[in-house]
Write a protein that binds this ligand. Structure first.
Ligand SMILES: [Zn+2]
Length: 411
């Protein structure tokens, strides 16, 4: 019986493929960029999603709009759509996010413009196609396939579509978790990361440290650097020194993690002076650090401050650390959690694949679940082109992931 159902559902998902591509395109076309990045949030996109949801005929659709005066609608939408089963066992959740990061430099989008989706060579290009559109649509159509065949899932399935993932989830998953919507025994999948062959199930993550260094020197004319204090030069020296010091001092390896060591990356730098003949008096540089759980974050912050004071003494500049995010890694769950087994079983049956369990650099909705003591796994089949120009999703991955979700709903 179940094998026949599986076959029918897989067939149905194949049949729905053109519709899935169309849905993805419609969603990509509406930029859902956070107000921090100059966007107007997720409201417009959520309205399109609501139409899909109503059309599929979920048993219940609930909205949790969180007030945010920075966006035009005044709210950041979160939606939960449920497909009921006959059993009152724990729910299976698939949590995806509506928001996307900005396009970045538009001129680097050579295939198509960032928010003008294009289908080419079995891929859909556009910002938000992989992150998180592919998984959002896959979860939607897994349920649609079941519904359209009149098949009830083994356990109730809840799809959550959340806001604000890219900026820390204060208006998104954190609110839903705080409302107690998730049970400790619920099975939670956050398909927001993965590997090209879908063989990696993430159950743990590194600690996160985001900070910026503000270097204050003295601005001067380009011809008279001797009367100024070049904050640009000092900041570069500081960044390199931090890079070297942190990598060498906190250099332990742990093969459970993909990227098996701590990473300390100098990333963004704020714009400084307007002309090339001005010696900059101020510099602001950022670091993104993903740290193995065995390290104490305060120890790392102490080391950073040590480097900064060394350079203050050496250069006479004021160099300040400004902490933007400090999130210690929650305890990793053991690999035998029910949701891991369920996904493994589905992957084996759908693709003949033996999936590996491990940890990554972190930073998805899953972290907030784990912090709340609710097991959550991260899995999807992606090339990991998220946040890059020419972001794309492979249509076959979207279809194949939908089959895996559907199978998880049956097992
Ligand atoms: Zn994402």
């Amino acid at each position: 019986m179940r094998l026949m159902q599986t076959e029918a559902i897989f067939h149905q998902i194949e049949r729905l493929k053109p519709e899935m591509v169309d849905a993805l395109i419609k969603l990509i076309r509406v930029p859902a960029v956070a107000p921090e990045n100059g966007g107007d949030g997720e409201t417009l996109k959520s309205e399109i999603l609501m139409k899909f949801l109503e059309n599929i005929g979920f048993d219940s659709i609930e909205r949790f709009d969180i007030e945010d005066s920075r966006v035009m609608s005044g709210k950041r939408p979160n939606i939960i759509a449920v497909c009921q089963s006959d059993s009152d066992a724990e729910k299976l959740w698939i949590v995806t996010h509506l928001d996307v990061v900005p396009a970045g430099e538009e001129k680097l989008w050579t295939v198509t413009n960032s928010f003008e989706p294009l289908v080419r060579d079995g891929k859909v290009y556009g910002r938000g196609s992989e992150d998180n559109g592919q998984s959002l649509v896959a979860s939607l159509y897994a349920v649609k396939a079941l519904k359209s065949l009149g098949i009830k899932p083994m356990r109730s399935v809840a799809l959550a579509f959340v806001s604000d993932e890219e900026q820390g989830s204060k208006f998104g998953i954190q609110q839903l978790i705080a409302r107690g919507l998730f049970g400790k025994k619920d099975l939670i999948v956050v398909p927001d990361g993965g590997r090209p062959d879908g063989s990696f199930i993430e159950i743990a993550e590194k600690s996160l440290l985001w900070f910026r260094i503000r270097t204050i020197g003295k601005q001067a004319h380009g011809s008279l650097p001797n009367v100024g204090l070049n904050a640009n030069r000092i900041a570069m020296q500081v960044a390199l020194a931090l890079d070297q010091r942190l990598h060498s001092k906190f250099s332990l390896q742990d093969d459970f993690f993909d990227v098996p060591y701590s990473t300390f990356e100098p990333t963004k730098r704020e714009k400084n002076v307007d002309a090339l003949n001005i010696v900059p008096g101020e510099d602001v540089s950022y670091f993104d650090c993903r740290i193995l759980p065995k390290y104490d974050l305060d120890e790392i912050l102490d080391e950073i401050n040590k480097v900064l004071s060394e350079f203050e003494v050496k250069t006479g500049a004021k160099i300040k650390l400004e902490l933007l995010m400090k999130q210690a890694s929650p305890k990793p769950m053991v690999g035998s959690e029910e949701v891991v087994n369920l996904l493994r079983k589905a992957l084996k049956e759908a693709r003949g694949l033996d999936a590996r369990v491990g940890g990554i650099g972190g930073g998805s909705c899953a972290a907030f679940f784990r912090e709340a003591g609710i097991p959550a796994i991260v899995w999807s089949t992606v090339d990991e082109v998220m946040h890059q120009p020419n972001e794309y999703t492979i249509i076959e991955n979207m279809v194949s992931d939908a089959k895996v979700y559907a199978l998880m709903m049956l097992l």
